[in-house]
Ligand binder design. Structure first.
Ligand SMILES: Cc1cc2nc3c(=O)[nH]c(=O)nc-3n(C[C@H](O)[C@H](O)[C@H](O)COP(=O)(O)O)c2cc1C
Length: 169
């Protein structure tokens, strides 16, 4: 797929089949994350790659909108290291750029994906810190789910000329 086609075709998938993702593809998705731009090239992100579902089954209590986590062949937690940039100014942006690269890489490789948000200081956030023993200053930013798509999504046109302003708002 070319880049624009991949961007257009990526949509949130909430039903995966149980086929595991090939190790080489996991590596490609991770590499795409590391290619993202980051403020002052600080790259304040680390990743926890999880292919075992037991933990995510427990997590559904805290994240009921993402029950699919329990049946997803691959979940990757993006952890932002706020010690790299103590002011935290661009931590979310840096990690988000990395997340989008990974979702697009997965689509390009033929997989579906879902971004499961982690609200700051929510029960889910606290449970992730506790389970993964994240050291001080390491913050759970997003959980990305990947797998073979088991639902069909249809493209919708989202371009909205009313939201585009030229020279003046
Ligand atoms: C920061 C963020 C948090 C999100 N959290 C959730 C979530 O908790 N559960 C979920 O089902 N989808 C979640 N999504 C996916 C959005 O619902 C989805 O991107 C949006 O509905 C647009 O659909 P699309 O991804 O198919 O274009 C999240 C997306 C972002 C960027």
């Amino acid at each position: 797929m070319d880049t624009l086609e991949t961007i257009k075709n990526r949509q949130s998938i909430r039903k995966f089949d149980s086929t595991p993702i090939k190790k080489e593809d996991v590596d490609k998705i991770l590499k795409a994350g590391f290619e993202a731009p980051s403020a002052m090239n600080r790259r304040p992100y680390e990743f926890v790659v999880c292919t075992k579902s037991e933990f995510w089954k427990e997590m559904i209590t805290f994240k009921s909108t993402c029950a699919i986590m329990a049946e997803t062949p691959l979940c990757i937690l993006i952890v932002g290291n706020s010690n790299v940039n103590p002011t935290d100014e661009f931590l979310i942006e840096d990690c988000s750029a990395c997340a989008e690269n990974m979702l697009l890489a997965a689509k390009d490789l033929g997989y579906g994906s879902l971004w499961a948000g982690v609200k700051w200081h929510s029960e889910f956030y606290d449970a992730l810190i506790k389970h993964f023993h994240l050291p001080d200053g390491y913050l759970p930013i997003a959980v990305l789910l990947f797998g073979t798509e088991a639902e069909k999504k249809y493209q919708v046109e989202r371009f909205d000329a009313k939201k585009v302003h030229y020279e003046v708002f």
